[in-house]
Design a protein around this ligand. Structure first.
Ligand SMILES: [Fe+2]
Ligand SMILES: [Fe+2]
Length: 307
């Protein structure tokens, strides 16, 4: 059994001082939004309690589906690196960027190397290129990027045809056909998951790949909601799961922080079983509670039993 944890959107705060040039770009709007909304509801105390609870569950691996920063400032990437190191060894923590990590043009490319050990393929551990693939036991974790600088008030993402071609080749590779394939993507790939200006503009491109190659589980963030959807795969629907923002406290418009656990194992009947546990804060009381306890998340394609 492999226990995978899923968290997303920690939006580590507070926002550091802006440089003079930042008052003429999108960052000044992000700062105002933070002061008016996120600062009130997002905090280290909630995040630290949630992560301590997650660590008690002793996951084998943690998937972080983006928006670690707020404005993609260099100091936020430094803080992000320290926080990722506090989660675990880079071999046990896989990260993808969100739109906030690519807030203004060039910021992600400049600062992302700080996160490279957490965001790179087994075969090239210091190189950032998406999608990347990591194999752990009988699981394959594939990290994609939809984070791209957008105009003010637009939080959408782009997957891109070049990345789609590489993802299709990766998922279709016969050498991983017998593994449990997990795809991480920041923006929700299913239709009508969020407002158009916050959506994945070419989600259809991603869905077409999955429709041809399939996958066993898709994890995303961005909406800060607790949702389960599905998109079509060649052998049936592929589950798509989102988790509320790690740092969110009670009383906000979005649910308070949660994490997901997936206990994944081959079954005696040569298929896969993934049991979903969801824990986090009750948005009203702030108590840590279990929302789901080892619920089967779906039926999966047959796989050959372990040798
Ligand atoms: Fe976010
Ligand atoms: Fe986002």
């Amino acid at each position: 059994m492999f226990r995978l944890a899923h968290i997303s959107d920690p939006h580590l705060g507070p926002i550091p001082a802006l440089g003079p040039g930042d008052y003429f770009n999108k960052r000044v709007l992000g700062l105002l939004f933070w002061k008016g909304n996120r600062k009130r509801h997002m905090g280290a105390e909630w995040r630290d309690r949630l992560i301590a609870d997650l660590k008690d569950a002793a996951p084998d691996h943690i998937a972080v589906t983006g928006d670690i920063t707020n404005l993609a400032l260099e100091t936020e990437f430094e803080r992000g690196r320290a926080w990722l190191e506090s989660l675990g060894d880079p071999r046990d923590v896989s990260v993808i960027p969100g739109n906030h990590d690519a807030y203004i043009r060039g910021a992600f490319r400049r600062h992302a190397p700080q996160w490279a050990p957490f965001m790179s393929a087994d075969t090239a551990p210091e190189t950032i290129a998406f999608p990347y693939l990591r194999k752990r036991d009988d699981l394959c974790l594939i990290g994609t990027s939809t984070g791209i600088a957008m105009p003010p008030f637009v939080a959408g993402g782009v997957f891109g045809r070049a990345q789609a071609a590489r993802l299709e080749a990766m998922l279709g590779d016969p050498s991983i056909a017998d593994t449990f394939r997990i795809v991480m993507i920041h923006h929700p790939p299913q239709p009508r998951a969020t407002l158009f200006r916050k959506s994945l503009f070419d989600a259809e491109v991603f869905r077409q790949v999955i429709a041809r190659t399939g996958a066993d589980l898709i994890l995303h963030g961005h909406t800060h909601l607790a949702t389960r959807a599905a998109i079509a795969g060649p052998a049936g629907p592929v589950p798509v799961v989102c988790v509320p923002a790690t740092s969110n406290g009670p009383g906000a418009s979005r649910p308070a922080g949660r994490y997901n656990l997936f206990d994944i194992a081959r079954t005696a009947s040569a298929g896969w079983q993934a049991l979903w546990t969801e824990r986090g804060f009750d948005s009203r009381t702030g108590e840590l509670v279990t929302f789901r306890d080892r619920e089967p998340i779906g039926s999966f394609r047959p796989a050959a039993p372990s040798q």
